[in-house]
Design a binder for this molecule. Sequence first.
Ligand code: CP
Ligand code: NVA
Length: 301
Amino acid sequence: MTNKFRHFLNLNELKSSQVKSILKKSHQLKKDYRKIKFSKKKILAMIFEKPSTRTRVSFEVGMKQLDGDVVILDHADTQLGRGESLEDTIKVLSRYVDIIVYRGSDEKQIYDLCKLSTVPIINGLTDDSHPCQILADIMTLQENFKSLDKINISWVGDGNNVCNSWIHSCLHFNYNLNITCPVGNFPKKEIIEKIKSSKIKLFDDPILAVKNADVVVTDTWVSMGMKNSPERLKKFKKFQINKELLSKTNKKTFFLHCLPAHRGCEVTDEVMDGENSLVWNEAENRLYVHQAILLWCLKEI
Ligand code: CP
Ligand code: NVA
């Protein structure tokens, strides 16, 4: 994060006080939905190089409910699709709008764009991170636990962008994070080492990883831009969140998934639709978290 602009790029770059004030505002925005507005009208541009339902709609609705407005740029129907560079596009957009959400592949790209932008940029997902999602997940947990201190969270599945942002979040919260993935699919060592947390533990065996879990989290086995294959699905099979695996926690365990879910792969219907599934509240909370991020980036909190 540069000092001049409040970009929202990765959770490990924010101070704990900033993360906590965004979350506090998110709860307030939920309680007082439609009552909180920008001090003056703001316009958001969103660039999507990958598909989106939740991020796109919740930012759009969130902006409109704050009395702001939104412009969405899809590759196909803008000059981006004809080869105009993202760099040039950002320089132009910065002259029109107050803030930008960018969803793309290359994590480095978003940092390069920040060097050119004269307005704040929000990371709407890259191949390596999904910080907006994790704040909504944490907000959802705060609604269901008195305190997040020492609760046990188990990530089961692919060590992907969402998992990386969970790792980053350990800098700000005192929960334990067990991570279990097929061999070869763990998050990169550097990401874990950088956080220097004894609260993060890696497991090969999902049954050991979920022991005592208060929360089990998963995501697709095949993220956007990845190649699917029968071999890959086979490798992940024992990492499916089903009733049997959840019975190994030996306690009431909540289920989180950023969505979209692939029912029958990483999660079964009975878990997705079960009484301890928080996935719909988690999706709803994207709305308030995004509003709070917008207010924070625009220095209104
Ligand atoms: N969870 C999430 O970011 O969903 P979308 O891809 O639909 O935005
Ligand atoms: N890991 C998933 C998250 C989707 C919101 C992906 O990148 O496709």
